[in-house]
Design a protein around this ligand. Structure first.
Ligand code: PEP
Ligand code: MG
Length: 578
């Protein structure tokens, strides 16, 4: 049987299932009669026991893994949360609720509130509440804890969900893989699985009722698939895939912390694309040179209101401080097209991708841009800020945005609020017209970054979101390479920085071509950094220029096959030298 889910931590595992179904008491509404004092006393005792357990788990982890120990510190804080404690005591004292029922209802109410949060990271913290509640209730009903701390043999854990306390004590040496019924890429289990490099497929509905303990399964977290009771030929094929994946991953990983150099020693700058200033997102700081794209719209999309100047300021400062003195390229609000805000109604348009999107929407609602620019400028004292405008189509657009930036600066000057007067202003090149007049644009701005995702969609007239036309969306189309080449040449001639921050920049097949076209800066998500560094190390500048010339003169599909061959010959060379 084949199950499909979300492969959130890549890899392949083959082994026996360990069904992890800890017993969670489900108290019913129950009242006591008589005096409240002994029941309040009971509740205090449960809390004291739970505190003791958490404390010893924390101390146990503090030596081996201080980061995971922090999970238990955070859970101790939840356990001692004054507001929840008071509500539970009140329910016992004034409503005559049994302690178990009082714990169940108060914790569940707060858990539901957290689950409704827009921010996925806050939502995931509901797992900690559930965890603490489970501990308290097990103590209350005298139910022993089922633990992943000592597994007898290597297994693939199948669970509804894994709570922070489960993964913290998990006997990692015996965990081949993880599969759960709920959870997504930002869930606690996913973060832990990735940090332990355990293959994980999450979000497989009704999984547990269809698996038996001890049965053999294949967990393919590369493609997000679980195969139960595999046929011998499926297992043999998967073992081959597993070996190839292991070898490739090991090779690629070696490059993560290396300097990004071409085979003949030219240094390429690698930027990081981020969507927030969370610690998880900023993890790539150690292996990248700058933030090449801060998609600030995610800040707006993860909020249930328009983020205030202060809220934005705090986020921007975090990213700038982390990278200082290296630049952080902050893209102004890019809403419209496929990105919407629940609390802000966008115009109803027949072609939203060609409509009032991004900078155009900001021009129509200047107060949006004003707040953002003020926050960005105020954050600029924390590091080196570059401000970038999305969806710019003309020199007039740039001048209009410049005027708004100048207004925001003037306001701050008058209010005596400090900012960096030398903040750079640049544009995304994602409307083809801007790439065509790149020589004029380069005179107008301090830098540019090429958004190949949109540039490709507008150049080839293919909706990037519509699967029906996805085959027309040719990332290796010669027109796209020629256009990028023109923009890069103009910016290089003007001595102004130019980067690629669309997906093409993080594509190991395309990265050498982009360098061959004259780019010396590429920005990408962290998961692409090692593979791109490795691809760059494989070719000399001359070879990359040759590759660029080649792909500009053949069709998109020929270019794909050609670049694939270049990568394969590199692969063959690498395996000979290793
Ligand atoms: C792009 O268009 O290439 C880009 C980086 O912007 P986004 O993908 O956010 O539209
Ligand atoms: Mg774009």
């Amino acid at each position: 049987m084949i199950f499909y889910g979300n492969g959130v931590s890549k890899g392949i595992a083959i082994g026996e299932v360990f069904l992890y179904q800890p017993v969670l008491p489900a108290p019913q509404q129950a009242h006591y009669e008589g005096d409240a004092a002994p029941f309040l006393e009971q509740y205090e005792q449960f809390c004291a026991q739970a505190r003791g357990q958490l404390q010893s788990l924390r101390d146990q982890m503090a030596k081996s893994d201080p980061e995971k120990a922090a999970i238990f510190s955070a859970q101790m804080e939840l356990l001692c949360d004054e507001v929840m404690e008071e509500e539970i005591r009140d329910a016992i004292q004034y409503d005559a609720w049994m302690p178990g029922w009082a714990v169940e209802s108060v914790y569940s109410r707060y858990e539901q509130r957290l689950q409704k949060a827009k921010d996925p990271f806050i939502r995931e913290r509901a797992a900690d509440l559930r965890d603490v509640k489970g501990r308290l209730l097990r103590i209350c009903y005298g139910i022993p804890e089922q633990s992943l701390a000592s597994l007898e043999k290597p297994v693939i854990i199948a669970a509804h969900d894994l709570l922070p306390s489960d993964t913290a004590v998990m006997d990692r040496a015996h965990v081949l893989g993880i599969v759960t019924e709920i959870g997504g890429a930002t869930s606690h289990s996913a973060i832990i699985a990735r940090s332990y490099e355990i293959p994980a497929v999450l979000g497989v509905p009704s999984l547990l009722s269809q698996l038996s303990a001890g049965e053999k399964v294949i967990l393919d977290a590369v493609d997000g698939v679980l195969i139960s009771q595999p046929e011998p030929h499926q297992e043999a094929a998967m073992r081959q895939k597993q070996e190839a994946y292991r070898q490739q991953a090991a090779q690629i990983k070696k490059y993560l912390h290396k300097q990004p150099l071409t085979a003949d020693g030219t240094r390429i700058e690698i930027g990081l694309n981020i969507g927030s200033a969370s610690p998880q997102e900023l993890e790539g700081s150690a292996v990248t040179d700058f933030v090449g794209l801060f998609r600030t719209e995610f800040l707006y999309m993860d909020s249930d209101h328009m983020p205030t100047e202060e809220e934005q300021l705090a986020q921007y400062q975090k990213a700038l401080l982390e990278y200082a003195p290296r630049p952080v390229v902050l893209r102004t609000l890019d809403i419209g097209g496929d990105k919407t805000l629940p609390y802000f109604s966008l115009p109803q348009e027949q072609n939203p991708f060609l409509g009032e999107r991004a900078i155009r929407l900001c021009f129509a609602h200047p107060e949006l841009l004003r707040t953002q620019l003020r926050a960005a400028l105020r954050a600029s004292t924390a590091g080196q800020l570059w401000i970038m405008l999305p969806m710019v189509g003309s020199i007039e657009d740039i001048r209009q945005a410049k005027a708004l930036l100048e207004q925001a600066k003037q306001e701050l000057r008058e209010e005596g609020l400090p900012f960096d007067e030398d903040v750079r202003l640049g544009v995304m090149i994602e409307i083809p017209a801007l790439a065509v007049i790149a020589d004029l644009v380069a005179q107008e701005v301090d830098f540019a970054s090429i958004g190949t995702n949109d540039l490709c969609q507008y150049l080839l007239a293919v909706d990037r979101m519509n699967p029906a036309v996805s085959r027309y969306y040719q990332s290796y189309h010669p027109a796209l390479f020629r256009l990028i080449g023109n923009a890069v040449q103009q910016f290089n001639q003007a001595g102004k920085p130019v980067c690629v921050c669309g997906e093409l920049g993080g594509d190991p097949l395309a990265a050498p071509v982009l360098v061959g076209l004259g780019l010396r800066k590429l920005s990408m998500s962290l998961s692409s950094v090692a593979a791109v560094k490795r691809a760059l190390a494989g070719f000399t500048l001359k070879q990359m220029e040759e590759m660029a010339r080649a792909v500009m003169g053949i069709t998109g599909s020929q270019a794909q096959a050609y670049l694939q061959r270049c990568a394969e010959s590199l692969e063959a060379e690498n395996s000979e030298t290793n």
